[in-house]
Write a protein that binds this ligand. Structure first.
Ligand code: GLU
Length: 492
């Protein structure tokens, strides 16, 4: 059997969109699940849309997410771009010499023609079509220019493009693994430009030639490309090439069923990375936007995704991107992090908040581990770390809602008890902290609700929070005494 080969073929026009990452992921999962190859090809024939740094960002985003490819374009540590694989170059602007030959072949076989129409003429045709309520498309003015005439005009220096010559009223048929059989009449399509006046191929020409030469077996891309597919199918026919399998993926939508756009919040892989989503969480969740496994399993590792993924279970209609669900999935992976991993991932956020610096990290490794272990269960993503540790780092004050708790009759006695208990203690370790409240109870005779709530409020400023014994260790003797004094002076 022929080796399965899939490609992700982004254009370097900006950051990697979360929908693009899902396209890459589905390509990757299918390739890996079928012992195939996954290729990264860069489609940069539209030089006007090139964005500086976009290529590097694309590669870095893929790398970060754990989607590895076997051939294509790579970024090295020194920032240089290299290409690996037997089918290169994998950057279309480096393949310009390749396309002309096939354009000529199409002209010779009568499947393409030279077009000399000026921009002004094309614009006025378009205007007229619009006025008449027609879908704007090329009117075929140059379809019958003979080859001889065309060659003469070219020799005289006239500018030209080459267009696909779609037969009139011709049904173009193809099968899509998600959408089934599709038939489109050529009259609903356009005589697409294949070669531009600057000698560059258009996307349509380049994509077909490259997919063929790179022996791509499955073309998996967003449904926004579906309307281009009939032209591609016809090009395969015209060039006498075997057609690949087509898969068009439903668009990733937000909860209001609109396309995810920058205007409505986060869309780039970088945005999600910055918010502190883990690659495992993002990938796991993204796989479920538009696809579901046969079981009801919702937590799947990359290996499980590879094993279970199939196009048959990709939905035909838009996949809804639900941030709450993403948070839920990501929280699972947050809990799975080792304490070292969690600490390492959290440090940049804590630094950014101004809570710690390098020196602090070096001197307080164990303390940081305990801090993060204490809040680990409550985190959905790394960015939330800063709000969860405010009770330690922020200037101490008691929250409005909790002030009432400090008005209890036994509170002064309770605070006095805590101070006395700590008098003979040098350092609070976890063992001592675990028995601390029992000791206070014995010492003061205060129990239950009157014991725990006011102690927590007096030391953390809020009435709920993580494991209290850990809080005691994290605060340490000095800070506990300071806070009690502050409470006595300001709230009682
Ligand atoms: N270059 C196209 C893009 O930017 C690729 C479309 C395709 O996969 O054929 O998405």
């Amino acid at each position: 059997m022929k080796e399965v080969r899939l490609r992700f073929a982004p254009s370097p026009t900006g950051y990697l969109h979360i929908g693009g990452l899902r396209t890459a992921l589905y390509n990757y999962l299918f390739a890996k699940g079928n012992n195939g190859k996954f290729i990264l090809r860069i489609e940069d024939t539209d030089q006007g849309r090139y964005v500086e740094g976009a290529l590097e960002n694309l590669i870095q985003s893929l790398e970060w997410s754990g989607i590895e490819y076997d051939e294509g374009v790579y970024l090295q540590e020194d920032g240089s771009i290299v290409q690996k694989g037997d089918y290169g170059p994998y950057i279309q602007s480096e393949r310009l010499g390749t396309y002309r030959k096939y354009v000529d072949q199409l002209i010779d076989s009568g499947h393409a023609y030279y077009c000399f129409c000026s921009r002004e003429r094309l614009d006025s045709v378009r205007e007229e079509q619009k006025i008449n309520g027609l879908v704007p498309k090329y009117d075929g003015f140059c379809r019958n220019v003979t080859k001889e005439e065309a060659e003469e005009r070219i020799a005289n220096g006239e500018e030209y493009v080459v267009r696909l010559k779609l037969p009139r009223d011709y049904d173009i048929k193809f099968h899509d693994l998600v959408r089934g059989d599709i038939v489109i009449n050529s009259d609903d399509s356009d005589d697409q430009v294949l070669l531009k006046s600057d000698g560059f191929p258009t996307y349509h020409m380049a994509v077909v030639v490259d997919d063929h030469l790179m022996e791509i077996t499955h073309i998996v891309r967003g449904e926004e490309w579906l309307s281009s597919t009939p032209k591609h199918v016809y090009l395969y026919e015209a060039l006498g090439w075997d057609e690949p399998v087509y898969v068009h993926l439903p668009t990733v939508l937000n909860k209001d069923r609109q396309k995810l756009s920058k205007r409505h919040g986060d869309v780039s892989v970088d945005d999600f990375k910055e918010r502190g989503y883990l690659k495992e969480g993002l990938i796991n969740y993204l796989a479920l936007v538009g696809w579901s496994p046969e079981t009801n399993q919702e937590i799947l590792s990359m290996d499980e995704l590879i094993e279970q993924f199939s196009f048959e279970r990709v939905a035909r209609t838009g996949g809804i991107f639900d941030k709450d669900k993403l948070d839920w999935v990501n929280a699972h992976y947050m809990r799975e992090l080792s304490i070292e991993e969690l600490t390492e991932g959290s440090i940049p956020y804590l630094k950014e908040a101004g809570y710690i610096d390098d020196e602090f990290v070096q001197e307080n490794e164990e303390w940081l581990h305990l801090l993060l272990e204490t809040i680990q269960e409550s985190l959905h993503r790394l960015e939330e770390v800063t709000e969860k540790v405010g009770f330690i780092f922020d200037d101490f004050k008691v929250e409005e809602d909790s002030l009432e708790v400090l008005k209890g009759e036994t509170v002064p006695e309770l605070l006095q008890g805590i101070k006395e208990e700590l008098e003979d203690v040098d350092e609070i370790d976890i063992e001592y902290a675990s028995g601390f409240m029992k000791k206070i109870q014995k010492r003061t005779g205060i129990k239950g609700k009157n014991l725990f709530m006011p102690s927590r409020v007096a030391l953390t400023g809020v009435s709920r929070g993580p494991e209290f014994a850990n809080v005691l260790v994290l605060l340490g003797k000095e800070r506990i005494l300071e806070r009690i004094e502050y409470v006595e002076e300001n709230y009682i």
